[in-house]
Unconditional design. Structure first.
Length: 298
């Protein structure tokens, strides 16, 4: 930290922005990884200090560091599964998560940890005791709190550099497209089939892909839908012929471990799509049965 402060004094406040690359380099240190390789890293404390003094956001400082081949220490374990370019792409992405219950709570935390730079989170519900068995955002201390408030608190606790837009209201035909403004991808964490179709139509209108998942008992399913795909009608049949609006979880229950697994699969698909990697689940449905256990793709 003393080195960083020395850089600030040397260049002065007015010249900080043009000298940020040099300041970041001076603040970085060499870390030897378990495989014996070395990387330049920069600590959370230093990036926060540089952000405050330079007037740049924490996310901007993280991106600038990566552009100088300096890895923010919080993301060092993302390397080499992700490249520095990949990490920059994630930091520059906005993900819209609709539904903040079992799936949505796990998705929000996972994407915050991997380094998604901006999120829009949507849910009009509050927590009750029946959520405690599986919804990671719920606790005995926040019953009756809105799910968006809990999501906001969790995201900022995990990764305070993330930009968040939250809507504590139910998604419908009128507001769905507005919710997706500026989003690069939509994530369906809903428990209502009709609402899934509303989100799909909004995503197609916005021209962005959607990852959709559902959980019931020991089983779960996940698929990826792009604007030109038939999408949910291949899973549920035509929207106009739906005989039920609620999913199978109303009769089969929801188990925490199934929720966690399916949420992880959903996040993996989101990351792959954002990084322009091939989506193996486009026009396919992955069905998980943890009672057997089996994974089947149809």
């Amino acid at each position: 930290m003393a080195t960083v402060w020395g850089s600030f004094r040397r260049w002065g406040v007015d010249n900080l922005k043009q000298h940020l690359p040099e300041i970041l380099l001076e603040a970085s240190r060499l870390l030897t990884l378990p495989d014996g390789s070395n990387r330049n890293i920069i600590s959370l404390l230093d990036t926060a200090d540089i952000s405050q003094r330079s007037g740049r956001t924490r996310k901007e400082i993280d991106i600038l560091a990566l552009e100088q081949s300096i890895v923010p220490e919080r993301y060092i374990r993302n390397m080499d599964a992700l490249s520095m370019k990949d990490q920059i792409t994630l930091l520059q992405s906005r993900v819209c998560i609709v539904g903040l219950g079992g799936l949505g709570g796990s998705v929000v935390e996972t994407l915050a940890r991997i380094g998604i730079g901006a999120m829009t989170v949507i849910d009009g519900d509050i927590f009750d005791e029946s959520n405690l068995n599986r919804q990671v955002l719920s606790s005995e201390h926040n019953l009756s709190q809105t799910k968006t408030a809990a999501a906001l608190e969790k995201i900022l606790t995990v990764n305070s550099s993330i930009l968040i837009q939250d809507y504590s209201e139910k998604m419908d035909e009128e507001n769905a497209v507005h919710f997706l403004e500026h989003a690069d991808i939509a994530v369906d964490c809903l428990d209502n089939i009709q609402a899934r179709f509303i989100l799909e139509k909004a995503a197609k209108k916005a021209g962005i892909p959607m990852v959709s998942a559902a959980v019931a008992g020991f089983s779960g399913q996940i698929t990826a839908i792009f604007p030109e795909d038939r999408g949910l009608e291949l899973v549920y049949g035509p929207e106009q012929s739906l005989s039920a609006t609620r999913g199978a979880e109303t009769t089969l229950g929801n188990l925490a471990f199934t929720v966690s697994l399916v949420a992880s699969l959903e996040c993996a698909e989101v990351v792959k799509i954002l990084l322009n990697k091939d989506s193996d689940l486009r026009n396919q449905l992955l069905i998980v049965d943890l009672k057997e256990p089996t994974f089947e793709r149809i």
